[in-house]
Design a protein around this ligand. Structure first.
Ligand code: BTN
Length: 500
């Protein structure tokens, strides 16, 4: 039963743990502004005392209604405008108030017979394709002032063109006090921190932008892409055509593209690079063992043992996983700090300076052209991870090493292909690899299946078998390893290796 009366003086309402003190005015400049002034010690005319949590100031019209981003909010007599004072000590409380208010208004109106209300991130409520409610939450000291404006019916003569997408519920018979009381009841639920998860779920469920292609203006820059969801922090998650997921937490959506204009899936042109033999000569694991020996971290005996295992591996008597597990087992005797320092030094002193300059140039050029850059290698992640970060790779597909030191599965041959397809599957919704527009670089016939996945395969420093395949398939053949006659240096320095 409705208790609230519009004409009466201050009235108290209670829903659960939340009490409200409601003041109704026929008209004011802005209910948000009035509460702000009150918080600063200047109560509205006729009222006194300090502002308290739960105070709600409502008006039948506003002469200077305030909207987001410094805009005005048209507030004719045909609407309900009110501001509520809530506690909001920390930034996250303030941040969550807007979605909580949006859910409260939606649910209140639904219970009053309106169906299919939707929320356009972050604070606009839409009904039958028109914006019928705006929300403006502002922090003032320890309080959050939550202002809500609802267009109950169209103003005489309709909304002016400058009101943009404004529309109304088309219900001149709706009583303001009924709507206000219902919204306050729902606000008591949705602003209760204990209901945070329910609020998030309700907000996500009513989100109108899901799956839509949008343009957002974010502090002077623009983000375009497809909305993939709402984050835990209520940020808008946008999958961009460049393949990133951007989390937009401020700013606004300035354009929602009509369904028929929405591009379909976004295809990512990707450049896949093998490492050993393609970007650098030799076997990096062998270089690592030699480096560890030089640094006194690996005994002569252990090095010889690793060599014997490698021979057994070549003869098919040991799997490559076993060979690598055995070869790298010396690391177990190192402290975490020693191991970290050894790996860093190896990447900085050996791997980076030894990259083929022409390979590096190709890598950089493709990255500048907007390709996603992916390293696909049988080397282990321990040193490939800092290396791939130094190169600015978007992904590293390598042979994993478990915490107990076990290595595998070896990322070679068909395993490379499997890992590439798995990576493509893991991309955000509506983003896919444009295999035809992608490129791959490998040096041996073992890279065949990786090269065959893309539209432009490239045999780099190819072994005999790969050269034959390249000729038969009309693939590009490059020789990054061939000496040019002049001293070639790449300009990577130790500083290129990031801190662990
Ligand atoms: C927006 O859509 O940009 C937000 C509009 C918020 C309007 C409400 S009406 C009650 C309160 N008082 C104001 O001056 N603004 C808010």
């Amino acid at each position: 039963m409705t208790k609230l009366k519009w004409e009466k003086g201050p009235q108290s309402l209670r829903f659960g743990d939340q009490s409200y003190r409601v003041y109704c005015l026929p008209e004011t400049d802005s209910t948000n502004l009035r509460l702000r002034r009150w918080a600063e010690g200047e109560p509205p005319p006729g009222l006194e005392g300090p502002l308290e949590e739960g105070v709600c100031l409502a008006a039948g019209a506003q002469t200077a209604g305030r909207g987001r981003l410094g805009r005005s909010f048209l507030s004719p007599r045909s609407g309900l405008y009110f501001s509520l004072c809530l506690r909001g000590e920390d930034a996250s409380t303030a941040l969550e108030m807007t979605p909580a208010a949006a859910c409260a208004v939606c649910e209140a109106l639904e219970e009053m017979g309106f169906s299919a209300l939707g929320i356009k991130w972050v604070n606009d409520l839409y009904y039958r394709g028109r914006k019928v409610c705006g929300i403006l939450c502002e922090r003032v000291g320890a309080y959050v002032i939550c202002g809500i404006g609802i267009n109950l019916s169209d103003p005489p003569g309709g909304f002016p063109p400058e009101a943009g997408m404004a529309g109304s519920l088309h219900r001149p018979d709706l009583k303001r006090e009924d709507v206000l009381e219902k919204v306050l009841e729902k606000l008591a639920f949705y602003t209760d921190a204990r209901n945070g998860e329910r609020t998030r779920a309700a907000y996500r469920e009513r989100q109108l932008l899901n799956g839509r292609f949008v343009r957002c203006d974010v502090g002077g820059s623009t983000v375009r892409g497809r909305v993939t969801g709402i984050g835990e922090d209520y940020s808008l998650q946008v999958a961009t055509p460049e393949g990133w997921t951007r989390r937009v937490s401020s700013g606004e959506v300035t354009r929602v593209y009509p369904e028929e204009e929405q591009p379909g899936e976004i295809g990512l042109r990707t450049a896949f690079f093998d490492f050993d033999g393609t970007l650098r000569s030799g076997d990096s694991i062998v270089s690592f063992l030699k480096f560890a020996r030089e640094k006194g971290k690996l005994s002569r005996r252990a090095l010889l043992g690793a060599g014997v295992c490698a021979l057994l591996g070549k003869a098919g008597l040991m799997s490559m996983e076993q060979v690598k597990t055995r070869a790298l087992s010396f690391e177990k005797a190192l402290s975490p700090a020693e191991r970290e320092a050894l790996l860093r030094e190896f990447v900085a002193r050996r791997l980076l300076p030894e990259l083929f300059p022409r390979g590096l140039e190709a890598w950089r050029r493709l990255r500048e052209e907007g390709y996603r850059m992916v390293l696909v290698t049988a080397s282990t992640g321990e040193y490939m991870a800092p290396l791939s970060r130094a190169l600015g790779a978007d992904a590293l597909l390598c042979t994993p090493m478990a915490p107990d030191g076990r290595v595998g599965p070896n990322c070679r041959g068909r395993e490379k292909e499997r890992r590439m397809l798995q990576w493509a599957e893991s991309l955000p919704a509506l983003i896919r690899v444009d295999w035809e527009g992608s490129r791959a670089f490998g040096d041996s016939a073992g890279d065949e299946s990786m090269l065959r996945l893309v539209g432009s395969p490239c045999a780099v420093n190819p072994d005999r078998r790969l050269l034959r395949l390249a000729r038969a398939g009309n693939w590009t053949v490059l020789n990054w390893a061939a000496p040019t006659g002049k001293k070639e240096e790449n300009n990577l320095t130790e500083r290129s290796v990031d801190q662990p």
